[in-house]
Design a protein around this ligand. Structure first.
Ligand code: IPD
Ligand code: CA
Ligand code: CA
Length: 265
């Protein structure tokens, strides 16, 4: 049965995501204050905080009973139990390094989970003006264009996505395995925004996207969108992804997912 709340919440989420995108687009001329979080490779700007605050204000005013989980931790209405109620999961800027260095290839990622169910997802690239969206059981879209169910492909036809850290000694995966993998696929790309990479898998621009450790706000919206196009998704250990915990992730079109896991094991 359709939940009558969903269409209305989705409309609001879309409106606020587009508004946040316009604000980020305009702010590209502004001077950015870049702060380090855990290291020089993990940064935050005043814009990340302003956009998260904008969502918090809109959600709290419109839906006082909803919970909010945002990357910058500014929410005072955190869910105590993620399996209950309506939970918004927000990454105000996914790809902050790109936002600072390139002024492109970043996105706003907004998801709504209802009683723990991935229900609404928006990923918006305000520079390309591309809005990826999905509502559970209602299909996925790139702007107004419906996205098709993903078909399978062979490894030799696949363009996959992961960052350079996989190809040097690391704690997760023997890099020799990754060297074998990269020599068997058609190409490797890295975008630097996990949310956009998931959206690109959904629309077929990438065939698989791999990450060592992503957080709820990186993947929550992408999961809603990828569910609608029949993507496969697991941890590196081929386990189900728990969206509310930090996790390794692989998101792929059918056909290559298991092959990739075989290379890693
Ligand atoms: C990061 C990006 C990046 C991924 C990192 C994320 P942020 O998010 O999605 O592509 O590799 O793990 O933390 O910090 O730019 O929101
Ligand atoms: Ca992020
Ligand atoms: Ca972020």
């Amino acid at each position: 049965m359709k939940d009558p709340r969903v269409a209305e919440i989705a409309e609001k989420a879309k409106e606020w995501t587009l508004e946040a995108g316009s604000r980020l687009n305009l702010s590209r001329q502004e001077k950015l204050n870049v702060e380090y979080k855990t290291s020089a490779a993990d940064i935050v700007t005043q814009k990340d905080k302003e956009i998260e605050q904008f969502f918090i204000e809109m959600i709290k005013t419109t839906y006082p009973g909803h919970y909010i989980l945002g990357e910058e931790g500014l929410s005072d209405v955190l869910p105590s139990d993620t399996q209950n109620g309506v939970v918004w999961i927000i990454d105000p800027i996914d790809g902050t390094t790109n936002f600072v260095h390139q002024k492109l290839n970043f996105a706003i990622s907004v998801a709504v989970y209802i009683e723990g169910e991935p229900t609404i997802g928006y990923i918006y690239d305000p520079i390309k003006k591309e809005l990826f969206s999905a509502i559970k059981n209602q299909g996925a879209f790139l702007n107004d264009q419906s996205l098709s169910t993903l078909t399978s492909c062979g490894m030799e036809e696949a363009v996959i996505c992961f960052n350079h850290l996989w190809l040097v000694p690391n704690e997760k995966i023997g890099y020799e395995k990754m060297q074998r993998l990269v020599s068997d696929v058609r190409g490797v790309r890295y975008l630097g925004s996990a949310a956009l990479e998931m959206a690109y898998v959904a629309c077929g621009r990438l065939d698989s996207s791999l990450d060592f450790r992503l957080s709820p706000w990186d993947i929550a919206a992408g999961i809603v969108i990828l569910n609608e196009v029949g993507a496969e998704m697991t941890t590196l250990e081929n386990k189900a992804i728990n969206v509310f915990a930090k996790s390794s992730t692989i998101f792929s079109r059918p056909g290559i997912h298991q092959h990739i896991i075989n290379y890693l094991s």
